[in-house]
Ligand binder design. Sequence first.
Ligand code: F0G
Length: 482
Amino acid sequence: MKTIIEPFRIKAVEPIHLTTKSERNSFLIKAGFNLFQIPAQNVTIDLLTDSGTAALSNEQWAALMRADESYAGAASFYRFESAVRSIFGFRHVMPVHQGRAAERLLFQQMVRPGQIVPSNTHFDTTRANIECLGANALDLPCQAWRESDSNEHFAGNIDIEGLKQLLDSTDSGAVPMALLTVTNNACAGQPVSMQNIRETSKLLRRRQIPFFIDAARFAENAFLIQQREAAYADRSISSIVSEMFSYVDGCLMSCKKDGIANIGGFIAVNDDALADRIKEEMIVTEGFPTYGGLSGRELETIAVGLGEAIQEDYLRYRQAAAQFLHFGLRKIGVPVVCPPSLHAIYVDAAAMFPHIPASQLPGQALACELYREAGIRSCEIGTAMFGKTDHETGEQICAPKELVRLALPRRVYTQSHYEYVIEAFKNITKRRHLVQGLRFKAQAQKLRHFTAVFEPIESEIVSIFCQLDVEKYLTADLAYEI
Ligand code: F0G
């Protein structure tokens, strides 16, 4: 059979609360055009993130019942430790409540003010945790990503030449560690090749610089290595994963992604002294080292989820779902980043709305429009997330790309949900020239996109339009009659 089906059937269902367009319009205004501020019950299809939003399997629910909630040395911890060790191969495994706690604990031990931490691309919390320490989070995405070369199968790679130049031009001690994010979330979820991991490792080991992987989506990256890197076509996912992690000194992981868990994370290293220092700090802020802020139930969920994430039929289904949405959007002319990754589809909002300059946040405008049109929640990955406001001039320092991420929660939505998303895009495409840009009305100093308040920048035509009946404004066909 050619049809790839969901390799599961549904045992429990959760109703979706439907809303009208005029309700959504007022929710948007109330939320300051920030989708993080919209209560989830007012969202029809929630593609804000693939983080912590997975549906648990029956095996995970069964493991929850087996959980041991002892404060110290719970059996659940040992099952968790053994799952992480057998997949990733590191001696010390330290659970934490989520990925950013792992980042803080690791960077606190490794990084000093003024130092530089290079990466293929740091994700938002990773960057923030490095910058909080007064250090510099340096992104070195590869050339194919910078040039939007859709033929490159590993556009998530780090720029090896750029890394070499950095290491050659700085004193020893300037770079305390390097981090590869697999897959590369800020670069449209593009994967990192085994060759790139190997070459990065070689460069860093020669200079004795510790090398870590941010493993949030390690299984999806391994699957794409199997598919796209010829030497790995016949290798199992678990053996590809073992090789990926054999090149690094440790990893940190948000298990809310490829742990198929709703919360949790870990740090795993081989260095005894480093592990001791992290554990000491953990007790102050996360919890005793055998639970790290997680309950036994959560440790069990992750132990089972990690194993499920590396199953090939699951990964094949995940890819088929992403491809379905990707091809459906491409077919109606929506500019999407190619090739599609597994955890999300990324839409190029700058190309979709050429009349909205980057400083007027086309990605945020598209995210709001998707919500207004059909109650779909997505996430801007552009200037709102990665740009900065120059507080002297009020100008936006824009991000390199203006993307909107349609993240795909694991095992949650079916094909008809994705058909609904495609239809929403079709409607927006018809009236795309009327979509307005946005500006910041209020913003926090750090991770501003979570709490920022935006306001629309009304162009003349749109403002005439908005004086008309709101419901009519929201109907696609009328847009062209005006
Ligand atoms: N690293 C990567 C690559 C991530 O994508 C995230 C989270 C983190 C670290 C932090 O993990 O949320 O458990 O603290 N990304 C989420 C997202 C929030 O929507 O992509 P966390």
